[in-house]
Design a protein around this ligand. Sequence first.
Ligand SMILES: C[S@@+](CC[C@H](N)C(=O)[O-])C[C@H]1O[C@@H](n2cnc3c(N)ncnc32)[C@H](O)[C@@H]1O
Length: 184
Amino acid sequence: MIELLHRLREMPLYRELLAAVHSSEGNTLEGDDDRALARLSTIVRTLEKHRPLSVIETGTQKGLFGIILIENLFTFRLTTFDINPESAKAAELLGARFVLGDTRQTFSAWNETADFAWIDGGHWGGVAASDIRNAMRLGIPVILVDDMDIPEVLHDVAVVAAENPGYRLSRDGEIAIFEKELAK
Ligand SMILES: C[S@@+](CC[C@H](N)C(=O)[O-])C[C@H]1O[C@@H](n2cnc3c(N)ncnc32)[C@H](O)[C@@H]1O
């Protein structure tokens, strides 16, 4: 996995993404290697298991989740949401569709489903709970939620899980994984 992390960081596209968006928030691949490797391992493992063709992400930021998709999926369509207009540049570099605005409004009004969701936008103010519920409303079968080390995200995941949404919840490090239960 360390080779993959180094390969991603050496890609010209990675440098273009970093240059395109200025944000002080954390993300999936920059900074501490151990943190990045743990996230990368979970994401790659779930991508290999489910091989999604369509993906929704909340919290585009610099597009570093998107570059993981490019390196691990043969073909896919990414729709990515962010409140920061600068992130549109990252989406363009990735060839992804970008939706600007607060996901409590934009994702709540969204009606197109996907095979896989990466929930990594707002971590406060109930944004994570809203994003998870929207992914479930759309019937997305695999929903990953980043940053379970943030108490409000942990709380939001527990609240949604307690609503018996028909999803099985597991956890891998700081990522929560909701998988849709098959109808009996
Ligand atoms: C942690 S970063 C995302 C990291 C990225 N997903 C990755 O994998 O590297 C969080 C992003 O969510 C965006 N964000 C925060 N609150 C939001 C909201 N209510 N609606 C949409 N985007 C939001 C921020 O602008 C920021 O770019």
